[in-house]
Design a protein around this ligand. Structure first.
Ligand code: NAI
Ligand code: CS2
Length: 494
């Protein structure tokens, strides 16, 4: 038998789950067994089980890719390792909250649907990336032109999208007289619960208005703010984990020590005591979500585009350059924080300092290229609203304008040394067409800003903004990213 984490003693027996995993049932079906979920919901649920011994197990589903990962997970009895990387030491935990897994490729989509229709399933949670919601990012409405959505509308028994799958599973529950489940989005999408709800209801309306009404009356879609920096695993990550636990774990994942989960407490069919595992239940998540998306993710995107162009492979590398560090801090505090409406007493200065410390962590090799991915889906919630705020108020938005110009320069597909950039984005063909027409020239600014699903309709009409981005783009062409980031600090009187 192949030696793995389930059949071999790890370096320390205390790493093992202390609760009886036989008692666990799949009361949560999670769609999107990626890096983040393993280090976040998987861990928090594990902590609850370790403290309370309840029966909230998780069944994992991957709709897109991940076949090898699911196969490996099954071979090791669904146990996996999380390695927390502090700047100067690491800490490993073996997580036991996952009890089963399904993949349409091996098990067929009907097995996934049947699982979601089992009576004990109370929550269907999601980490399917921004594009997995099949919505127009600027309006949040279901994208009826999406290929998977078009397929699913006419094939309720064999859905391909997460949205089609959820609607079909809810149909089964309605037909069988079962309680519904809560749909819990854990993606970095502003108002993620509302977006999930709009997508699910928009889809159900088109397919079956009666079902849509039942969903509207019976299902809830709590919003959540999720936070933990979890870079994609590399061979180095897996080797670090092997060193820590003494056995190779292909499902292992490394992450930062910090962890936050703020959840709107609105569940229709029960929920685990995730507060025991470190989550916070609140009535209104929106302010926390906006704070995180604008201050953390907004500056992450800024650092990803300008860092990649400046020749930095990781976020921690950009932080070694004082100009980048100051620019990120100023972006958070001077351009993003003022756009927020936080509960009294929220210390945004302290939050910004904490974010910079997290970004500096040299043990966390978080690639700028990874964060740069899918910019068309990320910019709307990270930069567009704050830009509109400043343009209405007449306040400074130089760092945000440079961030947008950095994204535009990045999606050209060519770095500052003339090497190819592997740009990953659902709108790549659109970017390529624009660059094919105009070349590496500031003439691309207007057609890129005209992409309504990213920038909406108001922003591209504001000449001041168009001029600011055009100027920043021109500067990037002439002087490069490092120069522009340094010049930004001089401008802000740093
Ligand atoms: P990953 O690349 O490891 O996993 C992506 C997951 O999404 C996979 O399970 C894949 O099957 C699924 N997926 C991709 N496209 C899909 C689609 N069209 N329909 C259905 N499923 C789809 O990425 P990771 O790191 O797990 O991140 C996933 C999401 O989690 C992010 O997009 C973000 O919204 C959120 N997140 C990630 C954090 C991180 O630091 N990695 C932190 C906070 C939130
Ligand atoms: C990052 C996020 O990839 C990205 O776009 O900005 O995944 C970031 O690491 C997390 O949101 C941190 O919680």
């Amino acid at each position: 038998m192949k030696k793995n984490i389930s059949n071999t003693k790890t370096n320390s027996l205390t790493l093992r789950p202390v609760y009886s995993r036989q008692e666990l049932k799949s009361r949560i079906v999670h769609i999107g067994f990626g890096a983040f979920h393993r280090a976040h919901q998987g861990v928090i649920t594990h902590q609850v089980l370790a403290n309370l011994g309840e029966d909230w197990g998780i069944c994992e589903v991957n709709l897109v890719g991940g076949e090898e990962l699911i196969t490996a997970l099954r071979e090791q009895d669904h146990l996996y390792t999380v390695l927390e990387k502090h700047p100067d030491h690491t800490q490993a935990k073996v997580i036991g909250s996952i009890v089963e897994s399904l993949h349409p490729t091996f098990d067929g989509i009907s097995a996934v649907l049947e699982k979601m229709a089992e009576p004990q399933v109370a929550i269907v949670s999601l980490t399917v990336t921004e594009k997995g919601y099949c919505v127009d990012p600027a309006s949040g409405q279901l994208d009826q032109e999406n290929k998977a959505i078009r397929h699913d509308l006419f094939h309720p028994d064999s859905p391909e999208s997460a949205i089609g799958l959820i609607v079909s599973a809810l149909r089964l529950r309605k037909e069988r007289g079962l309680l519904p489940f809560t749909v819990l989005s854990c993606d970095n999408v502003q108002g993620n619960g509302h977006v999930a709800s709009q997508a699910v209801l928009g889809f159900a309306e088109l397919q079956d208005p009666g079902l849509a009404m039942w969903i509207r009356e019976n299902v809830t879609f709590p919003c959540t703010m999720v936070d933990r920096i979890v870079p994609a695993a590399t061979p180095e990550t897996l080797s670090d984990i092997e060193t820590a636990i003494g056995v190779y774990d292909p499902c292992g994942i490394a992450c930062e020590p910090y962890l936050q989960w703020v959840i709107e407490d609105n569940f229709v069919n029960g929920r685990p005591r995730w507060d025991i595992g470190g989550a916070t239940f609140v009535n209104d998540v929106v302010p926390f979500e906006e704070m995180k998306l604008r201050m953390l993710n907004g500056s992450h995107s800024f650092l990803a585009y300008l860092g990649y162009l400046g020749g930095y492979a990781h976020i921690s590398d950009t932080m070694e350059n004082t100009a980048y560090r100051h620019a990120a801090f100023n972006l958070m505090l001077l351009e993003q924080a003022p756009t927020l409406n936080m509960p009294t007493g929220t210390d945004l200065g302290g939050y910004a300092l904490q974010l910079i410390t997290r970004f500096i962590n040299p043990a966390l090799k978080h690639q700028t290229w990874q964060i740069a991915m899918d910019g068309s889906q990320k910019l709307p919630q990270r930069m567009v609203e704050p830009l509109l705020y400043h343009l209405r108020k007449g306040s400074d938005y130089s760092a945000l304008a440079l961030g947008v110009a950095g994204w535009m320069r990045y999606v050209s597909g060519q770095d500052e040394a003339g090497n190819t950039i592997d740009v990953r984005d659902p709108l790549l063909p659109r970017f390529q067409a624009i660059y094919a027409e105009h070349g590496l020239d500031s003439a691309v600014v207007k057609p890129l800003l005209a992409i309504e699903s990213i920038f909406g309709t108001e922003l591209p009409q504001l000449q001041l903004f168009v001029d600011a981005v055009t100027q920043a783009y021109q500067q990037l062409l002439e002087h490069g990213a490092r120069y522009c980031v340094a010049a930004l600090n001089v401008k802000e009187g740093d």
